[in-house]
Design a protein around this ligand. Structure first.
Ligand SMILES: NC(=O)C1=CN([C@@H]2O[C@H](COP(=O)(O)OP(=O)(O)OC[C@H]3O[C@@H](n4cnc5c(N)ncnc54)[C@H](O)[C@@H]3O)[C@@H](O)[C@H]2O)[C@@H](O)CC1
Ligand SMILES: Nc1ncnc2c1ncn2[C@@H]1O[C@H](COP(=O)(O)OP(=O)(O)O)[C@@H](O)[C@H]1O
Ligand SMILES: [Mg+2]
Length: 284
């Protein structure tokens, strides 16, 4: 098995330093599409995480009921709304994002399923798919062929099972996921403890993170972080590997202060800066 252990040394080979002359117009624009009535928080977490991971601009596309929630909770994020009040039914926008993340809190309404299908047929931006976007794909497996090469999917174990079916051993899980990755030319971020990112035959095993991450919304945050890195022109596999590494590192940094129990998804976002600084300081 071709497994690469992702420690700081491997990350430094992939991490790109900020150009002193950069500006928000070239730092990348990320679009996060998600949320439904009662789950607007998920897309707030993804959007804020995207900004804190360094892209220049972030837009959230949410159902109408999410408009004020996103505007008030994260003033730096721009907001586009669907025509429907409580769920997404028609994904249209005039901006040109460099990357899109879709799925957190989006639900599985029939109209949302159709909106996802229509979106996948025309989307050309680098894409991260998570949560209910993956559950909708599991209900409509023929749509997997619409995904562009190197689309990143970020399933937790239950979402993975819905996509690839059950497994009887860890070995079988990896074999089935590798086959799935090759069949559809996808990058699969197999979330877990630890997380493995699978790109065809290659498995990248992450070295950071701990059980503090077992908390609501920590996956939504990861989606925003990876989308942000994609928008900053990281190759998809590197965006996935670096996003997973920084995400886990925030929990390792915060653990002495929060303990396992009181760490929440917002603490991931708060510690992204410190996680980046470990990489910058390692170069000095
Ligand atoms: N504040 C918010 O608005 C939040 C919204 N969320 C959204 O809620 C929707 C439902 O997401 P869920 O993931 O809760 O629902 P799912 O039904 O997909 O997953 C929940 C079930 O999956 C299994 N599972 C999850 N992680 C596992 C693991 N590591 N090992 C083994 N089994 C595991 C468990 O059996 C669990 O009951 C998504 O759209 C998600 O984005 C959640 O992210 C929570 C926070
Ligand atoms: N025990 C654990 N150790 C390390 N990482 C964990 C652990 N439990 C969960 N995680 C990480 O937390 C995140 C949970 O994602 P997910 O289940 O999608 O959460 P949500 O949907 O609530 O946002 C994943 O990145 C996963 O790898
Ligand atoms: Mg999730």
């Amino acid at each position: 098995m071709n497994t690469i252990f992702i420690d700081q040394k491997e990350i430094l080979k992939r991490y790109k330093y900020i150009d002193k002359q950069t500006h928000k117009g070239i730092q990348g624009h990320a679009l996060l599409i998600g949320g439904s009535y009662g789950k607007i928080g998920s897309v707030c977490l993804s959007s804020k995480a995207a900004l804190k991971t360094g892209c220049g601009l972030v837009t959230a596309f949410v159902p109408k009921c999410g408009y004020e929630i996103v505007q008030i909770s994260i003033p730096e994020v721009m907001v586009l709304t669907d025509v429907q009040e409580k769920f997404i039914s028609n994904i249209t926008f005039e901006i040109v994002p460099q990357a899109i993340g879709i799925g957190p809190g989006i639900g599985q309404e029939r109209y949302t399923q159709k909106a996802l299908h229509d979106f996948l047929k025309i989307n050309t931006a680098p894409l991260v798919m998570d949560a209910d976007a993956l559950n909708i794909l599991s209900l409509n497996k023929s749509w997997l062929s619409l995904l562009a090469p190197k689309t990143i999917i970020t399933p937790h174990p239950k979402e993975l099972e819905r996509l690839i079916g059950t497994w009887k051993s860890e070995e079988e899980k990896f074999e089935k996921t590798k086959l799935f990755s090759k069949q559809y030319n996808l990058i699969v971020v197999m979330k877990g403890a630890p997380t493995h990112t699978i790109d065809g035959e290659t498995i990248y095993e992450n070295s950071t993170g701990n059980a503090a991450l077992a908390t609501a919304g920590s996956g939504d945050v990861l989606t925003g972080m990876i989308t942000s890195l994609l928008a900053q022109s990281y190759e998809p596999v590197n965006a996935a590997i670096l996003g997973v590494y920084l995400h886990g590192l925030t929990a390792d940094i915060a653990l002495p202060e929060t303990g396992y129990q009181s760490f929440i998804a917002s603490n991931v976002i708060e510690n992204i800066g410190k996680a980046y600084l470990t990489l910058q300081n390692a170069q000095k």
